[in-house]
Design a protein. Structure first.
Length: 144
């Protein structure tokens, strides 16, 4: 048996795979109108993320789409945040659309957050090309 196959077998038995369930859960709490200009409107997308793990989990990328009144803003950004262990984090992400916004406008938000779980075995998997885990979110409502 090759060394890689042996490591994979041991990792699956002891639960040290790329990520142990349950994945953190993200919920779109609300979208807030921040500023309205002649050509654009700024928003804040508020996410609540619950981390049931015993270790903090750094967030390495947020890729998301925010659509307000049919106008879409798509981006990815590196959030300066770590999910605390056994706690909830509220993460705020920016959004800008090319139309004048208003409170009460319908919105849809969807995206994913990539986390970087700790551990040498997990790091080995990532170096071998296994993707890092993603926390997906989706939500809709009216702008506050």
């Amino acid at each position: 048996m090759s060394a890689v196959a042996a490591l994979l077998a041991v990792a699956s038995v002891v639960g040290c795979g790329p990520f142990s369930p349950p994945m953190p859960d993200a919920t779109v709490e609300r979208v807030e109108l921040v500023e309205v200009g002649e050509e654009a409107a700024s928003y804040r997308l508020h996410l609540a993320i619950d981390n049931a793990h015993d270790e903090p989990l750094p967030l390495t990328l947020a890729a998301y789409t925010l659509t307000v009144d049919g106008v879409t803003y798509t981006t990815d950004t590196v959030p300066d945040a770590t999910l605390p262990s056994q706690r909830r984090l509220t993460l705020t992400l920016p959004g800008v659309t090319e139309n004048g916004g208003r409170v009460g406008s319908p919105y849809q938000a969807q995206g994913s957050l990539i986390v970087d779980p700790p551990g040498q075995v997990r790091q080995f998997f990532y170096e071998m090309g296994v993707p890092r885990p993603r926390i997906r979110f989706t939500g809709e409502g009216t702008v506050e």
